[in-house]
Design a protein around this ligand. Structure first.
Ligand code: MLT
Length: 407
């Protein structure tokens, strides 16, 4: 008899974005004429840039010749990309990394989900609430979450509320925890921490031997000066933090898949017998066993984002989406809504009008305005009463959505 992983049975039947897609499909089936504007999942709409496409075409041609063909690549990524990451994404902001600390991969979603492989089942996990659902669901799968309560919280997970009431600044845990997921700029609220605020987390992690899993997938959207792009801008962070980065939102790679994770050599974990272990060595071992590397062609595309032309194109893409964010934010404010985010992130977090829940407002916008959003409660109990809108659509559709809301 085959015994399935019981933990999966505990999970809600569908992943948040699959549930939304299902509801939209159902609505479309009965309203085929509806011109639906998608502001739900954070999926980019602009095509890959010219420089990225050229680099990938060239790489495809290399695959066609015996002299330049590539089979298995290094599972941690080709040095042509790793070196660019170190130089452009870190050295440029005063952070020194070695090549062994960079792990090129196929997505921040996969890495932030897979990281649980190297963490004991006994860790107490803390998340900010609302939260990117992958952090919770993968800990449920790994048996670290306990039971789902009626309040929408898992019994063994510590929820750090991050709401308008506390300015979206999660408080340090008062109970003992071992791992904290931090995502800044935040998905879903679009809010950020300043350097001073992030330093509190790093100091806390050092003092309590806590591991910080820092998701910086949206760092390229930061516009304000005192917002850190990397947790390693904070002194001591290398001892306690892993950082996830992605080309998905930055360079339009949601369908192309390329990302990287930084696991510093100094980052330390502990065994039950009290001995310390290198988290870098464990992740290296995990990746070497379970991952055969991001495709060569894709890594050449990612490398192209670091050329002068590539950088310019990426900047333009980000500006395009951030202009959408501005349009959404200002239009909604004019309509009298309470909105957050959209300044350092492509997400706008909107408080639903009195009398609605996240899901009833989601349904209203879908059925009456034909606009897809994401109900805040899907990101955790503190997301109830909010919806999230993304700025990743076209400018025309973004403007059209705002006009529909005005009517
Ligand atoms: C989101 O909409 O939250 C993101 O697109 C999800 C993801 O990056 O996996």
């Amino acid at each position: 008899m085959v015994y399935a992983n019981d933990n999966f049975i505990q999970l809600p039947e569908t992943y948040l974005f699959s549930e939304i897609a299902k509801r939209v499909e159902t609505f479309k089936a009965s309203h085929p004429e509806a011109n639906i504007i998608r502001m739900g999942i954070g999926d980019v709409t602009l095509p890959l840039s010219k420089t990225v496409i050229q680099a990938m075409h060239k790489a495809v041609d290399e695959m066609a010749s015996g002299a330049t063909f590539k089979g298995y690549g290094p599972d941690k990524g080709y040095s042509f990309l790793v070196d660019k990451i170190i130089e452009h994404d870190y050295k440029a902001i005063g952070v020194d990394l070695s090549t062994e600390e960079v792990f090129v991969s196929d997505g921040a979603k996969s890495d932030s989900g897979n990281i649980g492989d190297i963490l004991s089942k006994d860790n107490i996990i803390a998340v900010t609430d609302p939260v990117y659902p992958v952090y919770i669901d993968t800990n449920v799968m790994g048996g670290r979450a306990g039971e789902l309560g009626k309040d929408g919280k898992w019994s063994n997970i510590v929820y750090l509320s991050s709401t308008a009431e506390n300015g979206f600044i999660p408080q340090l845990p008062t109970e003992k925890v071992s791992v904290v997921y931090l995502c800044f700029p935040n998905n879903p609220t679009g809010t950020t921490l300043t350097k001073v605020q992030l330093k509190e987390w790093v100091d806390y992690a050092i003092a309590n031997k806590v591991l910080l899993l820092f998701d910086a997938a949206y760092e390229a959207f930061i516009t304000e000066k005192d917002v850190p792009h990397s947790i390693y801008e904070i002194e001591g962070a290398k001892q306690v933090a892993i950082e996830f980065r992605s080309y998905s939102k930055t360079a339009g790679f949601t369908g192309t898949r390329c990302s990287y994770t930084i696991v510093p050599k100094e980052c330390t974990g502990y065994l039950k017998n009290g001995k310390s272990v290198s988290i870098n060595a464990l992740w290296n071992r995990r990746q070497a066993t379970k991952f055969n590397g991001t495709p060569y062609i894709i890594q050449r595309g990612a490398e192209a984002t670091y050329t002068e032309e590539g950088k310019k194109e990426v900047k333009e893409m980000i500006q395009y989406y951030m202009e959408n964010a501005r349009i959404i934010r200002t239009s909604l404010e004019k309509l009298g809504y309470e909105v957050y985010g959209g300044v350092n992130a492509p997400y706008i977090w909107l408080k639903v009008p009195t009398g609605y829940t996240s899901w009833t407002f989601f349904d209203k916008l879908l059925t009456e305005k034909h606009i897809v959003t994401t109900p805040g409660v899907g990101f955790g109990p503190s997301g109830e009463g909010y919806i999230r809108l993304t700025a990743f659509g076209s400018k025309e559709q973004t403007i059209e959505a705002m006009i529909r809301l005005t009517k």
